[in-house]
Design a protein around this ligand. Structure first.
Ligand SMILES: C[S@@+](CC[C@H](N)C(=O)[O-])C[C@H]1O[C@@H](n2cnc3c(N)ncnc32)[C@H](O)[C@@H]1O
Length: 378
């Protein structure tokens, strides 16, 4: 690769990096070449060669000065004239297992065609696990990207939503407003950790978001079915769990009929309704909604209907900061398709990002109520 930029060492620049297999069959940056012209000593290449060896553990180091090849000794203190590079001892048929060796995402957006081809080739040589790691990091970065934030939830919220599913990480799991799929990918990780089997289903009205989600889903290691569609109109599968963050504050063009017989032009009650309609008995929906869902007058009747007919297992308020690209407060709502019962009500403070991660006090307290049959906290 000419002048590659690698995720694990984005500031390192070398003229050429050649990849080869190490003794474990893993494809790694093996040789570095610095090219110089003019009246310059081969030793001038040593600082760059050294930086590569320290950061990436490269094995062979060369300077090419005015077309002549020089190979560095192991200590990188002397260079000896050679005819050309030494063939790698373990060949070059391995796969890349280290996600840090992928190009960083900023480099991938809008670079030259040659770089995009090189990058695609590099990614095609990665193990499924390494590629998954790369894609997961890319999705997390999207939530900080101005153009994409409306299609990508905050990574901590994705973790919290999955955490609130508790032991329900099994079977068919649907996100009807999946965006780039952050919630589904968090479910995939949790299923892999817990050894459960999941089939992930996603729907989004935005074709580019679906394309991103499909690309990520290809390396998820579980069954993933993501489609372009309108969650309010499409036929969706009956599932064991729903995870979702419908668009915030959207008004609908046409009234949507809710389960209580009334109609709404607000996206949020319509989205909650879609989730409930597709939940199997005892199934759970975990939704990230605008904070005002719990207090807005326009949703009052529908909230009362929910409380009378479903188990509102938890309502957790999140301060501004939890919704990328906005400054609004939000709510995590946990609904079980089960008989009504007590509700855990909590409010995350400034430290919401630690409170809501697995092991965080608020998430643990909520789970103790939701799945532990303990008395709800105030
Ligand atoms: C807040 S984003 C979801 C982000 C997602 N949780 C993630 O982390 O990637 C809401 C998504 O709903 C999609 N959307 C809007 N209206 C829709 C509809 N009627 N049906 C399906 N998706 C819709 C938007 O394109 C957007 O990607």
């Amino acid at each position: 690769m000419r002048e590659p930029v690698l995720r694990g060492a984005p500031r390192l620049k070398a003229d050429v990096v050649a990849w080869a297999s190490n003794s474990d069959g893993e494809l790694v940056p093996w040789a570095v070449v610095e090219v110089k012209r003019g009246s310059i000593a081969p030793l001038a290449a040593v600082p760059t060669l050294n930086a590569f060896r320290e950061n990436l553990g490269t094995a062979d180091h060369y300077a090419v000065v005015n077309g002549d090849w020089y190979k560095a000794d192991r200590a990188l203190q002397a260079l000896e004239r050679v005819d050309g590079p030494t063939p790698p001892p373990h060949g070059a048929d391995g796969i890349i297992r280290d996600a840090d060796l992928a190009p960083p995402v900023g480099h991938r957006l809008g670079e030259s065609a040659v770089e995009r081809i090189t990058e695609a080739y590099l990614l095609s040589l990665m193990s499924r696990e390494a590629l998954w790691d790369v894609r997961r990091r890319d999705v997390a970065a999207l939530s900080r990207h101005r153009r994409w934030s409306e299609h990508a939830s905050h990574p901590v919220i994705a973790e919290a939503v999955t955490g609130l599913l508790g032991a329900r990480i099994e079977g068919d799991i649907l996100d009807p407003f999946c965006g780039s799929g952050a919630f589904l990918w968090s479910v995939a990780d949790r299923a892999a950790q817990g050894g459960t089997s999941v089939r992930l289903h996603g729907r989004d009205i935005n074709e580019q978001a679906v394309e991103i989600a499909r690309t990520v889903g290809d390396s998820a290691g579980v069954s993933v079915d993501i489609r372009v569609g309108n969650a309010l109109m499409d036929d969706l599968l009956m599932v064991d769990a729903v995870v979702s963050a419908p668009p915030f504050g959207l008004r609908l063009y046409e009234p949507h009929q809710l389960l209580n017989g009334s109609t709404t032009v607000e996206m949020e009650p319509a989205a909650v309704d879609v989730a409930l309609r597709h939940l199997k008995p005892e199934g759970r929906a975990v939704l990230h909604l605008m904070g005002s869902f719990t207090s807005r007058k326009s949703v009052g009747q529908y909230r009362a209907f929910l409380a009378e007919n479903y188990r509102i297992a938890a309502v957790i308020g999140c301060p501004p900061g939890a919704v990328p690209g906005t400054n609004v407060a939000s709510t995590l709502l946990v609904l079980d398709n089960a008989a009504p019962g007590k509700t855990f009500a909590g409010q995350a403070g400034e430290d919401w990002a630690t409170q809501l991660l697995p092991g965080g006090a608020l998430l643990e307290a909520a789970m103790a109520h939701i799945d532990g049959d303990l008395d709800p906290r105030p």
